[in-house]
Every structure is written in C-alpha cells, then in structure tokens.
Design a protein around this ligand. Structure first.
Ligand SMILES: [Zn+2]
Length: 183
C-alpha cells in the first residue's frame, strides 16, 4: 500500500522518497549559494531535504547538495535559517487566523475545526466536545513553541479558512523541524 498525494521527491540526506509537500526545497544560486524555496515554486535547479536535522547534516555528503551545503557548519546554519523563516511565516499566517480557546463554545455547536495549534502541549488528537458530553469529533493537534502563538495558549483553525492548507503544511514542517525531525 502506498499513500501518495501529488508529486514525490527524494531527500538528498536520507534518500527516502516522500510527497513533495512534506519536504523542504532549496534552489541553488550561484557558485555556493542556496535559497530556501518555501513555496516550492522558484525556478532553477534544486534539491529536497526532509524536515529533519539528520537529513540536513547528511546533505554535504550528497553530490547534488554538496555545492550548496559544503560542511556541517553550513548545514547547521541552513537548518536554523529554515526554522527562522518558517517561524516568521507562521507568525504571519496565524496573526489573523483562527480563534483562541475551546472550540465548542456555542450551544449544540457541531462545527468541526480543521486543526488545533497548541503552545507546548503533548501532540495527539484533542477532543473537541465539551467535557460533559459524548466524545466528539477530533482534530489533529500541532504543537509549536509558545512564542509563535503570542499570548494565546491555543488556536483553533477552521478548515474553511483561507490558506488553511498552506498553514497546515508550514505547521507540520515546523513541528517536525523543532522536534529534530523524528516523525
Ligand atoms: Zn531525509
């Protein structure tokens, strides 16, 4: 069985093949330049890495990536650079998006959230039903560092919200990068 969504690409660190949207794309620029292509739309030659520190650290051993990531210091620098850029994007995306607190507040509300983004709780599924009712629908929970959510303990995102897919993709990449890339 193979789960596939859209095009697939190979990571130059671990050589595993994944869906392109789950990988981080870089475009090589100039003799030793590399640009993080967050939206995966930049023209030019590029390569992909898993959102994993290990894969970044393995990149200098790869022929295609070596020109752009020549040493473990360069790999380390790039890893932090990607984290910073994704954090910036997330802050931007979450600014006017979603609402804080429990999802099911209204009487008999059955609206299902697309996702819940929490500052610092354990990952897993969160129950969206009020405590005194039957267990309700669950939404995936993503945990990201506190400072990105500002003073909100959690943000509930409606899957109908504009940019929902891009936001979830960014959150997933960021969450994996923050955890060192173990998935
Ligand atoms: Zn990899």
């Amino acid at each position: 069985m193979r789960r596939r969504s859209g095009p697939i690409r190979q990571c130059v660190g671990c050589y595993k093949v994944s869906s392109k949207s789950e990988l981080i794309r870089f475009v090589t620029r100039g003799p030793s330049g590399v640009v993080f292509d967050e939206r995966q739309t930049m023209p030019g030659r590029g390569f992909y890495l898993c959102p994993s520190r290990e894969c970044f650290m393995a990149a200098p051993r790869n022929k295609r990536a070596r020109g752009a990531i020549s040493s473990s210091q360069a790999a380390q620098w790039l890893f932090h650079r990607v984290l910073d850029e994704l954090a910036g994007s997330l802050r931007e995306m979450l600014r006017g998006c979603g609402h804080a607190g429990r999802h099911t507040e209204g009487e008999g509300s059955s609206r299902v959230a697309g996702a819940v983004i929490v500052a610092g709780a354990a990952p897993g599924d969160v129950d969206l039903a009020p405590p005194d009712r039957e267990p309700g629908p669950t939404a995936p929970v993503y945990t990201i560092p506190k400072d990105i959510l500002g003073d909100r303990p959690m943000v509930v995102i409606d899957d109908k919200a504009p940019g929902f897919k891009a936001l979830i993709r960014t959150v997933r990449l960021y969450e994996r990068l923050c955890s060192g890339g173990r998935s």
